[in-house]
Design a protein around this ligand. Structure first.
Ligand code: FRU
Length: 492
C-alpha cells in the first residue's frame, strides 16, 4: 500500500517538532509533536515499553482529518516521540482514523484497532467501521480485509455513523480477544457493544454490555471495560450530558459504571454510576494494565467546548493528564498519579504545623512545574470556615482552590487565569466530611492544574493558559487551625 499521507505527516512533524521550544510545552505531560491532539489511543505495553498513541492532526492547532500520533516510554513519565503511526489514506478511513486501542499479539506483533470513518460527518454517507493494522512498534500495515466490524454486524437498529472507539483486550482464561465499542441504538442514545475474536482479525458480535437509555447523555464515546478486584468497571465518555448536582458540568463528560460481570454469560450488572473527574478539562480516558498489575488511566486534559481557546499563536493544542493508578473504593474510582512521578521530585520545601492565618506566603513555595501536598487541620471541630490556595498568581492573574468546610466542597476557579474570554471557569467537587480536615495534592505543569483530593477520592483536572511569569502561590484561611506544605519541583 502507498502511504503517501503518512509519509507527508511524518515529514511535517519531523520538520516542525523542534521548532517548538521545550519551555513552550508542559514538562511532564504529553503534548502532540506538533498541531492538534485529542483522545489517547492504544495505551498499552509493547515489547516491554509503554506505548501511547493519540488522535492527531499535525497541520493545524484545530481538529482536522484524524491521524494517529505515537509516543513511547519506559516509565510513563518521560515520553519519546515516534513517527505518526496511521493516516487517513484508505477509502474506508478517508475521513479520519478515529480512536482505538492496541495490544501485543502472541506472535510478538503489535495490533492496532481503530475506527475508520468514511463519508462526510452528518451526511447519510457517513459510516464508521472498526479496522485493524499490524506492526512492529513503529510501522503499521492496515489489514487488507478492513473493515473487520461494521454496524451491520449488530443485530439491532443502530446508527452506522455513530459506531466507534474500539477498546481491545486479550482474555487469557478464554484465550480470546474481546473489544468494546460505542454505538447509538434505536432510542437515539448510546450503548456499549461487545465483540469477540479468536485471532484479532475476524470478529463477531457478542452482546450489548450496557445502555444509556437517554439517561447519561447521548452517544457514548470511548468505552473501556476492565475488572478491578471483584468488580467490573465500564468507563464511557457521553456526549451532551446534563449536570446532576455537582457532577457532569462539562457538556461532554466521563462516567464510571461499576458492577459485576458474569464472564460466561457476558453479562454486566450495573450497580453505581459516578463522575470520574470534577475539573474543567477531562475527556475520553483510556486505561491499561501495567506488567506489575496496576490499572493505569490517562485522559485528554481538555473539554471539547474549550478546545479552541488555546492561545492564537500556539504551535500545539491538547495534552494528556498524568497517568493515574486507579483502584475502587465503595464502587468509586480512586485515582492517584503513577508512583513513577516520585522519582522526578526534587528540591523539597517542607513546612509543618504552620498556623492558619488570613494570608500566608511561604519562602520557596512558588512555581508552575511542581508536585505539592497541602494538609489542613482545624484547631477543633467548626473552627475553620474556609481555606484557599492561590496558584499561578501575580498582580494580574490567579487560579484558586477553595475548600469550604461547611459545604464540604472544593472549588477550582480559573476565572482570572487569563483565558481569552470568559467561559465556564469554576467547578465544585463534593468532598468527604472530615470535620474540616483535608489533603490536597496539586500537580502543576505550565499549562495545567491537577488536583487530587484526599488521596484521590476526587480529582479535578483543568488547563490554564496563564503567562508563566505568574508563578506565585499563597494561602488564605478563615478560621483557626494548622497546615503543612510539602512542595517539590518536578525535574526530568
Ligand atoms: C472523542 C472522539 C471519539 C472519536 C474521536 C475523533 O473525543 O469524538 O469518539 O473517535 O474523538 O477525533
Amino acid at each position: 500500500m502507498k502511504q503517501t499521507k503518512l509519509v507527508e505527516a511524518r515529514t511535517f512533524e519531523k520538520e516542525h517538532k523542534d521548532r517548538i521550544l521545550p519551555e513552550e510545552r508542559p514538562l511532564y505531560h504529553v503534548t502532540p509533536a506538533v498541531g492538534w491532539l485529542n483522545d489517547p489511543n492504544g495505551f498499552s505495553v509493547y515489547q516491554g515499553e509503554f506505548h501511547l498513541f493519540h488522535q492527531y492532526y499535525p497541520y493545524d492547532i484545530h481538529w482536522g482529518p484524524m491521524h494517529w500520533g505515537h509516543l513511547k516510554s519506559s516509565d510513563l513519565i518521560k515520553w519519546e516521540y515516534l513517527p505518526a503511526a496511521l493516516a487517513p489514506d484508505c477509502q474506508y478511513d478517508a475521513q479520519g482514523v478515529f480512536s482505538g486501542s492496541a495490544l501485543q499479539m502472541p506472535d510478538g506483533r503489535q495490533l492496532l484497532m481503530y475506527t475508520g470513518v468514511q463519508g462526510k460527518d452528518n451526511t447519510s454517507e457517513c459510516r464508521q467501521t472498526q479496522c485493524v493494522a499490524i506492526g512492529n512498534g513503529i510501522d503499521y500495515e492496515k489489514y487488507e480485509k478492513n473493515p473487520v466490524i461494521t454496524a451491520d454486524d449488530i443485530p439491532e437498529t443502530c446508527y452506522a455513523k455513530d459506531f466507534r472507539d474500539p477498546k481491545i483486550w486479550h482474555d487469557n482464561s478464554e484465550n480470546c480477544f474481546f473489544a468494546v465499542a460505542g454505538i447509538r441504538t434505536a432510542d437515539g442514545s448510546g450503548a456499549v457493544a461487545l465483540f469477540s475474536s479468536e485471532d484479532g482479525f475476524s470478529w463477531k458480535y457478542v452482546t450489548i454490555l450496557d445502555r444509556c437509555r437517554n439517561q447519561y447523555g447521548r452517544m457514548w464515546e470511548c468505552p473501556d471495560f476492565f475488572e478491578l478486584g471483584e468488580k467490573a468497571v465500564l468507563i464511557v465518555s457521553p456526549q451532551e450530558m446534563c449536570a446532576q448536582g455537582l457532577e457532569f458540568h462539562n457538556g461532554n463528560d466521563v462516567i464510571c459504571l461499576t458492577g459485576t460481570y458474569d464472564r460466561t454469560q457476558h453479562h454486566f450488572t450495573r450497580e453505581l454510576v459516578s463522575a470520574v473527574d470534577y475539573g474543567l478539562d477531562f475527556y475520553a480516558p483510556q486505561t491499561m494494565e501495567t506488567p506489575d498489575g496496576r490499572r493505569v488511566l490517562i485522559g485528554w486534559m481538555q473539554a471539547w467546548e474549550n478546545s479552541h481557546l488555546c492561545p492564537d499563536n500556539a504551535k500545539w493544542n491538547g495534552m494528556f493528564t498524568i497517568p493515574r493508578e486507579v483502584v475502587l473504593s465503595k464502587g468509586r474510582l480512586i485515582q492517584n498519579p503513577v508512583r513513577e512521578l516520585l522519582n522526578y521530585r526534587q528540591n523539597p520545601v517542607i513546612y509543618t504545623n504552620l498556623p492558619l492565618q488570613s494570608y500566608t506566603k511561604l519562602p520557596g513555595v512558588s512555581g508552575r512545574i511542581l508536585d505539592m501536598i497541602v494538609t489542613v487541620r482545624p484547631e477543633h471541630e467548626g473552627s475553620l470556615e474556609r481555606f484557599m490556595i492561590h496558584l499561578a498568581e501575580n498582580k494580574e492573574y490567579s487560579v484558586s482552590v477553595i475548600y469550604d468546610t461547611a459545604k464540604n466542597t472544593v472549588t477550582f476557579d480559573r476565572t482570572n487565569s487569563g483565558f481569552r474570554y470568559n467561559i465556564i471557569s469554576r467547578r465544585e467537587a463534593p468532598v468527604r466530611d472530615q470535620n474540616g480536615k483535608i489533603r490536597l495534592r496539586i500537580l502543576m505543569d505550565r499549562y495545567s492544574v491537577e488536583l487530587f483530593i484526599n488521596n484521590g477520592e476526587q480529582v479535578m483536572s483543568s488547563c490554564i493558559y496563564t503567562p508563566q511569569e505568574a508563578d506565585g502561590i499563597s494561602f488564605e484561611a478563615k478560621g483557626n487551625g494548622s497546615f503543612d506544605v510539602e512542595k517539590y519541583e518536578i525535574v526530568l
